[in-house]
Write a protein that binds this ligand. Structure first.
Ligand SMILES: NC(=O)c1ccc[n+]([C@@H]2O[C@H](COP(=O)([O-])OP(=O)(O)OC[C@H]3O[C@@H](n4cnc5c(N)ncnc54)[C@H](O)[C@@H]3O)[C@@H](O)[C@H]2O)c1
Length: 339
């Protein structure tokens, strides 16, 4: 049994406490940590977690903590990863692994030198159709890859407060999943240039503050492949996560817009339901990513889907190039970001 402290019990942390407590084989949550103590205590009560704590240091002192799961806001990721690594605790962190490329590199390096199992929360790799598509693509089923396209449209209406969302969020927290899976499909190919077009189309009243809620990013790779990733904070019709890999001998599609195979046919036509949010639609993928983390701690061979520190850095490089491309309204050479 791997004993886990979950750090951060907000929207996704609360989901992760539930998933780890109820659905992940071999995992047990022994501590929940949040400076919002009432939130931590409520989670502890609900899931019979012995310790509800206010900061990570209190959890790292506990003898029975083997691993941490970090689900806190982005600026805290690097210091929390460094703290966990310094105590030799295996670490799963939500994306991105740092606030910029420099921080991401430091986070990956801290995990590497501590020799811990380190995994990044790129759960989309573990969603059934993405996982299957990756197996097919790596087996050569679509031939030489020409195009990868990836879509992340969050379910509307958008209810966020633009002034509390940093302009880089659409790239660093939303499209970072797409950047990761695009790189994963393209294997050893290296991204060369990035161009991002982004705007506040969902909340145009926030445009002057620099808020961004919609983006399309084009990435050219050194093997000739052209990738596009697009995001919106508000799809009026529901949760829309899809992708495709198109190659010289075929195409594979991932993701399903309807959330049920049931179709209603009436005089108005055909109807399918498309609602849901990540914690519902991708619950199985979150469980699978945690099972991969637990199996790695137990010493099992990685299955090739497990995103590690280098993957966290690679996705962050594309996010930073996209941020720069949007800010400077030009094509950015990936080399510029790597310097
Ligand atoms: N992989 C995914 O699909 C997915 C989905 C949603 C969010 N996320 C990521 O998860 C992270 C958290 O997002 P969220 O929507 O749950 O945020 P949130 O604001 O709902 O929750 C964050 C929680 O962390 C707590 N916190 C802040 N600083 C802390 C610290 N130092 N130690 C412990 N707790 C601390 C806050 O009090 C809050 O309860 C972000 O990085 C986000 O990008 C990933």
């Amino acid at each position: 049994m791997v004993n886990i402290a979950v750090i951060g019990t907000g929207r996704i942390g609360a989901h992760h406490v539930r998933a780890l407590s109820q659905d992940v084989r071999g995992a047990q949550v022994v501590a929940v940590v949040d400076p919002a103590r009432d939130r931590a205590e409520a989670m502890a009560d609900e899931f019979h977690v012995p310790h509800a704590l206010g900061e990570i240091d209190d959890a790292l002192q506990l003898d029975d903590v083997d691993a941490v799961v970090i689900a806190t806001p982005v600026p805290t990721h690097l210091p929390l990863i460094e703290a966990a690594a310094a105590h030799g605790k295996h670490t799963f962190t939500e994306k991105p692994i740092g606030g910029d490329v420099e921080e991401a590199r430091r986070a990956a390096a801290a995990a590497e030198s501590a020799g811990i199992v380190f995994q990044v929360g790129f759960n989309r790799r573990f969603a059934e159709s993405w996982s299957r598509a990756h197996d097919l693509v790596t087996a050569g089923a679509v031939g030489t890859i020409h195009r990868v396209h990836s879509v992340t449209r969050d379910p509307g209406p958008f209810t966020g407060e633009p002034s509390r969302i940093s302009p880089g969020t659409v790239f660093q927290e939303t499209l970072i999943h797409d950047f990761d899976t695009i790189g994963w499909f393209l294997g050893d190919a290296r991204p060369m240039t990035v161009y991002a077009a982004a705007d506040a189309l969902v909340a145009p009243e926030a445009k002057d503050s620099g808020f961004l809620d919609s983006a399309v990013v084009t990435i050219r790779y050194d093997n000739g492949a052209i990738a596009t990733a697009e995001a919106s904070f508000s799809a009026s019709y529901g949760y829309d996560l899809r992708g495709e890999v198109f190659g010289s001998s075929g195409m594979v599609q991932m993701g399903e817009l309807p959330n049920s195979a049931a179709r209603l046919f009436t005089t108005d036509g055909m109807h399918a339901t498309t609602d849901g949010i990540d914690t519902v639609r991708f619950h199985d993928a979150y469980v699978a990513e945690f099972e991969s983390f637990i199996r790695a701690i137990e010493g099992d061979h990685p299955n090739g889907h497990r995103p590690v520190g280098a993957d966290g850095v690679a996705a962050q490089v594309l996010a930073e190039a996209a941020i720069r491309s949007h800010a400077q309204q030009r094509v950015v050479e990936v080399e510029e970001v790597l310097r």
